[in-house]
Design a protein around this ligand. Structure first.
Ligand code: CA
Length: 224
């Protein structure tokens, strides 16, 4: 799952980034409102963590701009301001949830995961498709009730596909789920991960749709 973190406090950024990496998220970072607004408008993310007090452009303005341009990515607002009016402004501008600083990293991760699940219509942390079951909280994967060991990148790839099972995922989209903005996105490496997942799960679990990408479902839901 790919997250955009828009936050200007360097230490907090590092802490959140570290925790997200540990939890197998891919993270793009923006440390001011203008960059954040640009990334959120031009890249695909599963969710955004958005600070409200930002240099160059404040978080509420960033959020209003996204929503008025039809960008529906779920947004978790972070704010140091304890005033209830700020939280209401953030939610009214199109925020989906909020956390007031200081907060526990565990709560941030739990809220983020819940937000992403809700945005794709999955209510439980257990995401099941066919004989494959992923617990999005623990990262444990079972196939036919047997535990399967996956590497971080294999897990990222499987999670992206399980969250939107009937979508045809282009190689570019899947590579973006694995690699951050500044990393090389190698589609050959992606093919290696797909091959490994097929080997560990079932060779027909991921289908190649020629010229379009990969799907685990019927491939008739391209826009979700
Ligand atoms: Ca700030």
């Amino acid at each position: 799952m790919k997250i955009l973190l828009v936050e200007d406090e360097t230490d907090l950024c590092k802490q959140i980034q570290c925790e997200l990496y540990r939890e197998n998220f891919t993270v793009d970072l923006a440390n001011n409102g203008e960059d954040g607004c640009f990334f959120g408008s031009t890249e695909l993310y599963d969710a955004v963590i958005l600070d409200l007090g930002l240099p160059l452009k404040d978080g509420v303005s960033v959020l209003r701009e996204w929503r008025s341009n039809g960008i529906a990515t779920p947004v978790l607002i972070l704010t140091a301001r304890g005033r209830w009016q700020d939280r209401v402004d953030g939610l009214n501008a199109g925020g989906d949830d909020y956390l007031v600083k200081p907060f526990q990293m565990e709560e941030l991760i739990a809220r983020l995961r819940a937000l992403i699940r809700r945005s794709v219509g999955v209510a439980s942390p257990e995401i099941t498709f066919g004989d494959v079951c992923l617990n999005a909280e623990t990262g444990r994967v079972h196939f036919h009730d047997k535990a399967i060991e996956l590497t971080g990148n294999e897990l990222k790839l499987l999670t992206a596909m399980l969250l939107r099972p009937n979508k045809v995922h282009s190689k570019t989209e899947l590579a973006e789920n694995i690699y951050g903005y500044n990393e090389d996105r190698d589609s050959n490496t992606l093919e290696v991960y797909v091959a490994r997942l097929r080997h560990k799960l079932h060779r027909n679990f991921i289908r190649t749709i020629r010229g379009r990408g990969y799907t685990i479902g019927n491939g008739i839901c391209p826009d979700l």
